[in-house]
Design a binder for this molecule. Structure first.
Ligand code: NAP
Ligand code: F7E
Length: 337
């Protein structure tokens, strides 16, 4: 059996990656979890409860800010593959908490690389680093492997530090370490404060009469949005290559937030212009105006291609959140059901 360790398993990507690996009969999946005052495992509860996989799925307490906990878990499991997905991943919040973000995203990766380097003296261990298209920042589109980085937030600077540390560990210690520079990817499991999910949840609640308005910041920003389920498959493919390398994963197209709004509200027969209001609190001190990936080289090498297109992604999210809103409305009307 292969043992995979995932940091960030309670997050959007961690939950999809765990499902993807457990679908293969030869994987045991280990996830790092943090202690919280209330349970935050709704994205993986169904895996923990799954009768067929529960003996191949294990959770361990550790934190990217705590080197000794990382090293203890890595030495205990001795994983064959490590996927470093844990992060304070919200760009706007990284301006409020720059040092915390640098610590978990930047130094957290270095702490995990050190634990991996120690283990690599005993056995082959493959490492995946969740790098981000935010590292391109204000670099002109399309952005690909040859594009120079120009980060525009504390989050992006921390990701760039982690990115170069991963490459340095590959070059200095011959570690099998890959970076995946992933453009925005979304799903019904996307955190509720990211713009796509905020829009689909609000549109659905407005449709059901549960909400009147949606407050947003810069809706002219443009992003290259794909489906998270497709992107976790690419992470695994990178670690199955004969040599470690760097890759870009994107849909290679870009859409504005305004366009996302128009399509999502349109799917519910609503005109977004009647409901959306500007709130300056959602603006960022420095913005990334346009991300538009060029993943051609990666697609050639990995043979990866996405299965869900942009409209399919919006539809999947709108339908999911419409069902949630219907249930919320029903629970309000019939509280004793
Ligand atoms: P997410 O939903 O925000 O999940 C983040 C995960 O990191 C959660 O499981 C969280 O645990 C965990 N975490 C946060 N701080 C931690 C710490 N100090 N120690 C250990 N774990 C910690 O993020 P995502 O969208 O799945 O993204 C996965 C990774 O890809 C992140 O590194 C993100 O920065 C990167 N990325 C994402 C995108 C995207 O569009 N989604 C694009 C490029 C790169 P709790 O549940 O306990 O908070
Ligand atoms: O913002 C604009 C906002 O927060 C997208 C993370 O997964 O992808 C994500 O970072 C755009 C920005 O994602 C609101 O200004 C307008 O231009 O959904 P977002 P992000 O910042 O692109 C990258 C690749 C990552 O690596 C990150 O971890 O939408 N926008 N109004 C808004 N954004 C938010 N969140 N909320 C608004 O009200």
């Amino acid at each position: 059996m292969k043992h995979a360790l995932i940091t960030g398993i309670t997050g959007q990507d961690g939950s999809y990656l765990a499902e993807f690996l457990l679908d293969k009969p030869d994987y045991v999946v280990h996830g790092l979890v943090r202690r919280a005052s209330s349970f935050n495992r709704k994205r993986i509860d169904h895996i923990t409860a799954g009768a067929q996989t529960h003996d191949r799925f294990h959770l361990h307490y550790a934190d990217l800010s705590d080197a000794s906990s990382l090293s203890t878990v890595v030495q205990k499991i001795k994983p064959d593959e490590i996927y470093n997905l844990g992060a304070q991943s919200h760009v706007r919040i990284s301006f409020d908490q720059p040092i915390y973000t640098a610590d978990t995203v930047g130094l957290g990766t270095l702490r995990l690389l050190e634990a991996t380097r120690n283990l690599s003296q005993e056995k082959l261990v493959k490492f995946y680093q969740a790098s981000s298209s935010e590292m391109f920042g204000s670099a002109p589109p399309p952005q690909g492997l040859e594009t120079p980085f120009h980060p525009r937030s504390p989050y992006a600077c921390a990701k760039l530090y982690a990115h170069w540390q991963t490459i340095n560990y590959r070059e200095a210690y011959n570690l099998f370490a890959c970076t995946g520079i992933l453009f925005n990817h979304e799903s019904p499991r996307r955190g509720e404060s990211f713009v796509t999910r905020k829009i689909t949840l609000s549109a659905a609640r407005i449709k059901e009469g549960l909400q009147d308005k949606l407050y947003l910041g810069n809706i002219e920003a443009s992003r290259d949005w794909g489906f998270a389920g497709d992107y976790v498959r690419a992470m695994w493919m990178m670690l199955q290559q004969p040599k470690p390398d760097d890759y870009v994963i994107a849909m290679d197209e870009t859409h504005t937030v305004r366009e996302f709004l128009d399509i999502a509200f349109g799917m519910l027969d609503l005109d977004y212009k009647k409901y959306v209001e500007f709130d300056p609190k959602y603006m960022r001190p420095s913005e990334v105006d346009i991300l538009h990936g060029d993943s051609s080289k990666t697609r050639r090498i990995l043979g990866w291609k996405p299965e869900v297109d942009f409209k399919g992604l919006v539809k999947m999210m709108v339908e999911h959140d419409h069902e949630l809103a219907r249930r919320e409305k029903h629970a309000l009307a019939f509280p004793n059901d």
